[in-house]
Every structure is written in C-alpha cells, then in structure tokens.
Design a protein around this ligand. Structure first.
Ligand code: OOG
Ligand code: NI
Length: 404
C-alpha cells in the first residue's frame, strides 16, 4: 500500500486549515475570493509574465499561517507535526526588538527546497513566548505563566505519535493520514473553553500577544494569509467593499522596478464571541479581538548585500531592472538551463520581514502593553531556538543560494 508523503500531507493540511479558518472567520473567505479575482486579472493582463514568481497553481494554493505557543516543549512538538508535512524551521526573528516590543521570538516552518516549494509552499510563522524576560514579566507572573503553560497539553499523544511515524517512514498510510490531519486541524481550532477573566486581563495589561498565548489553555491559528499578484489593487478592492484595512501596506513601497522581498497588509482583528469565567466562578459571554486577515505579495529574494542595502537605504537605492539587481549581486536569480542570462529566473522570497511582522502584530494590538526597559533581557538567539526545537534551524540565505 502506498504512503501519503509529506508533500500531499502539507497540501491537505493547508486546505484543511483554510476551510477551518474560513468557517471561524468568514471575512477570510472574502479575502481569498478577492485575491483570486485580482490574480485572474493580473494573469489575463500579463500572460506568462504573471507567473515569473510562481505558477498560478502555486500562487492560488499558497498560504501562510501564524501560530503562537508558550514553551520550548510546545514549539518542539510543533516542529514534529510540521516535520511530517515536510516543513522545517527557517530563520530566527526577535520581535522583542520591535516597536512596540512583543515578548516572543519566532521562526517560520516551510519547505526548504525548490521542488517542494513549487509543489506547495505552505509556511507557518510560529512565535514562542519569552516568559522569563523581566522587561515584560515580573517574577510572580513568570511563575504563574510557567505553571499554567506547564499544565496544558496542546497536542494529543496520538497526533505526535503519527507525526513521528510520518517523519520516520516518509509518509502515512491513508487512514493514518486522515487521522493525523484531523487531529492536527483540531489542535489549531479555536476552543470554546471559558477564559479566566482575571488571568487574561492581567496578561493583556502586559501584552495582548502574551494574553493570546498564555491566557488560554489551547492554541489556534491567528491568521491565514493568501498570496496576491497585485496587493495595491487588492487593498483598493477590499476598502471599496467596506472592509476596514490597516493604514498601510507593510514592506517595500510600490516602485516601477522589480518586486523584491515581501509586501503585506491586513484587515483589522474582528470581535469573536468567547466565554469568560469571572472571579466568582460565573460564566459570561464576551468577545476578544485577536484574529485577523492578512494578504501578501512576494518578490525576488535579496542576497545579504541586497538586504543590507534595503535595511540601510530603502528601496529607492535599488537598480530598476532585474539585470541590474543580478549584476550588482543584490538578488538571487537562476540562469537558463543553457547557462545564459537572457532569461533570468527570479528566486522567490519565501520568508518574512521582522519590521513587517512587528507592524502586523502592532496594528492588531489593543494597546502597546507595558515594558520595563531597565530590566535585563533574556538571551535568545538562533542557537537557543535550534536547541529548543531539537532539530536544525535553517539559514534562509543558505537555502536561496542552493536554489541558484
Ligand atoms: C505573527 C505576525 C507576523 C507576518 O506575516 O509577518 C506575521 C502573529 O501575529 O502571530 O504573520
Ligand atoms: Ni502573517
């Protein structure tokens, strides 16, 4: 009997989460519809040129999700579940350096080689709470957080068993695959469990993201993001439909030159009904606004030199042709099969941007929270995260260089 391999598990997982998120946040379905309409129009207007940064089949299926977890053990378990789907941790992002600071460090789980990315590029931006960072959490709050997070189980043993089996065997038998995908999707479904009001409010006074992670006993998708070929057009169409978008498109502004890196925008978090447990034990209906809809447009991946230029001087400093970008060593291109450079193939940027991520987080926060800058930061870096994950943390530049 043939196994369902990681590529198909990943594609099916992305579809299952999309169906789930559409049922939970119906405005997401609108965003997907509008994205598909924009993509069809760009394809009709540009023809094959529209597919230079990915086939229309890839782009139509393409999603990134965002999830947030609380402990090193939890992110290691996430690594096993995504590992079954051929998604591996790439890059290290420290959102505590952002303005406003968010008490998390993050990575993105995604396929790492060109063929797998072309087949289905599903990626999930995954953030881990830094509960021992004194700038955010005093000793009492840290202890309470650790107790609360230590007592919860986000992922059932059966799910983790099937994930490990899939990674070891290179896939799962069809019935096991169905079960694995069901359990994995359930684990990211918004839970009806009552939220302890006092505990949630205490964390929210420090950071809305900390409350979303440590104030509830389960996890959920925070957002799911389709890819669009013309994000300026999408922004206009959503606004015309009366959907409240954040103020701007994050990332490099629109230029007449080649699209580089990543541009993103989102609609604001919507109030979702949740049940709260009050101090006296009574249950009351309330609402939380933490989940939103985001959309992204992707351009060519920049080399370290290109990225430094972008970070220091902005997009205006870039040459305005692909040939210029390539010749200056600023972006990754693949040569034609015959070695010529007449038909340079751009290598798509598959990762995230810390400034945009911070902007996306911030635009959906209820307040900036509270940070005591005089306290010492806890050290977190890529080596620390790799250790917590118990698996290799890939360097994005190595992966782009390998695709050239
Ligand atoms: C993650 C925010 C970052 C992106 O696309 O940059 C992100 C989150 O809200 O958990 O998803
Ligand atoms: Ni996102």
């Amino acid at each position: 009997m043939s196994l369902i391999g990681p590529t198909e598990l990943r594609a099916r997982f992305a579809r299952a989460l999309s169906t789930l998120y559409g049922s939970e946040v119906p405005a997401y379905n609108t965003l997907v519809e509008v994205s598909e309409a924009v993509n069809a129009d760009v394809l009709a207007a540009l023809g094959p040129e529209a597919e230079r940064l990915g086939s229309i089949a890839r782009v139509t299926a393409e999603r990134h999700g965002a999830i947030r977890v609380g402990t090193p053990d939890e992110i290691a378990q996430v690594g096993r579940i995504f590992g079954a789907c051929g998604m591996y941790p790439v890059g290290f992002y420290d959102l505590r350096e952002a303005a406003p600071a968010i008490p998390v460090v993050s990575t993105a789980f995604r396929p790492v080689d060109g063929a797998e990315l072309a087949a289905n590029p599903f990626r999930v931006f995954t953030s881990l709470l830094v509960s021992d960072d004194r700038r955010f959490f005093d000793a009492a709050t840290q202890a309470q957080l650790e107790e609360f997070l230590g007592a919860r189980r986000l992922f059932p043993d059966e799910l983790l068993y099937l994930a490990d089996l899939a990674e070891k065997a290179g896939g799962l038998a069809p019935t096991d695959a169905d079960r694995f995908l069901q359990l994995a999707t359930d684990a990211f479904t918004l839970s009806p469990e009552p939220v302890d009001r006092a505990w949630y409010d205490h964390l929210e006074s420090i950071s809305s993201v900390a409350a979303d992670i440590g104030g509830v006993a389960s996890t959920h998708i925070n957002h799911l993001t389709p890819r669009v070929l013309d994000i300026d057009d999408l922004y206009r169409r959503m606004t015309n439909r009366g959907i409240a978008m954040i103020d701007r498109i994050q990332g490099p502004p629109l230029t007449t030159g080649p699209a580089v890196l990543l541009r993103q925008t989102s609609f604001r978090a919507l109030a979702e009904p949740r049940t709260f447990r009050e101090a006296d034990g009574t249950l009351v209906r309330g609402a939380l606004s933490v989940r939103f809809g985001e959309v992204e447009a992707r351009g060519v991946a920049l080399t370290p030199a290109g990225r430094a230029l972008y970070d220091d001087r902005g997009i205006a400093a870039f040459p305005d042709t692909e040939k210029g970008l390539h010749e200056a060593g600023l972006a990754y291109y693949r040569r034609d099969a015959d070695g010529s450079e007449t038909g340079l193939q751009p290598i798509v940027y598959e990762d995230f941007l810390p400034k945009s991520a911070a902007g996306i987080f911030a635009s959906n926060l209820t307040s900036d929270g509270s940070v005591d800058a005089d306290q010492r930061a806890t050290r977190r870096d890529a080596a620390w995260l790799q250790d917590a994950l118990g698996r290799a943390l890939h360097d994005p530049y190595d992966l782009y260089a390998a695709q050239v």
